[in-house]
Design a binder for this molecule. Structure first.
Ligand SMILES: [Zn+2]
Length: 244
């Protein structure tokens, strides 16, 4: 009951703050929406690829290979763009070793309609942990999250290395007004996975898998990705919330 009361309280906030137009029934047009409480996109035309970190922010650094996350993510988005070819308009959030604040990344992503945002990262934790992981928050990002996680897990060699999907309110999963994901392609802190990440052939396979997941989502929407998660109501993520 308390939950119901909470929901009815915030419903007006949703409508009052929703600046985006929803998907049109005829398809093809998938505009911005503040909350993303809608089915996943189909027929989108623009893919925004965000290479995590950059410039003064190296992200994770592998003790095994010395590679920096910011370099690997830039390499990955270029490969994904190449794999997508001319099927979409692809936008690279950064195409150089430059620092871009997370809020600026959100603002740039929000300039686009009919678009999705995929932020690419590599992870770091205890050296025994490995495997790809997908972060999402919005309902309209769930189907694409399922596809991307499955695709990355198929490339990742160890079965137990599939870390699965995590629904988390981050600036790049909550604040954009378009479907958005944050992909962790593997753990640079895991010696074997760091070696894999160092391999251009492995990165190409991972990029091809992610591109394929994006293409499938554009072709068939959420079909086959299971039930949509419940809408969550929470304010935009702020820099002070938690480390990202
Ligand atoms: Zn990162």
């Amino acid at each position: 009951m308390k939950i119901y009361q909470f929901f009815s309280l915030v419903t007006c906030v949703v409508f009052a703050s929703c600046g985006g137009s929803g998907p049109t029934p005829s398809g093809g047009s998938y505009g911005r929406d503040t909350w993303g409480h809608r089915p996943g996109p189909k027929g989108f035309t623009t893919v925004i690829l965000d290479a995590g970190h950059g410039g003064k922010d190296s992200g994770a650094v592998s003790r095994t290979t010395g590679q920096k996350e910011k370099d690997l993510t830039l390499d990955m988005v270029r490969r994904i763009k190449g794999e997508l070819g001319s099927s979409f308009k692809t936008v690279l959030m950064r195409n150089h070793d430059e620092f871009i604040d997370l809020d600026d990344r959100v603002a740039r992503a929000n300039r686009y309609n009919d678009a999705i945002l995929v932020s690419v990262h590599f992870n770091s934790s205890a050296s025994s942990i490995r495997g790809p992981e997908t972060y999402y928050w919005r309902v309209d990002s769930h189907g694409l999250a399922v596809r991307c996680q499955q695709a990355m897990a198929q490339v990742s060699p160890a079965e137990q290395s599939n870390r699965g999907m995590v629904r988390r309110r981050l600036r790049l999963t909550r604040n954009p007004e378009i479907p958005c994901l944050l992909l962790e392609c593997g753990y640079l802190s895991h010696p074997a996975e760091a070696q894999l990440a160092q391999s251009p052939a492995y990165r190409q396979k991972m990029a091809a898998a992610i591109a394929s997941a994006i293409r499938t989502q554009a072709a068939v929407g959420d079909a086959g990705t299971g039930p949509l998660p419940a809408p969550l109501y929470a304010p935009p993520s702020r820099p002070t919330d938690a480390p990202e």
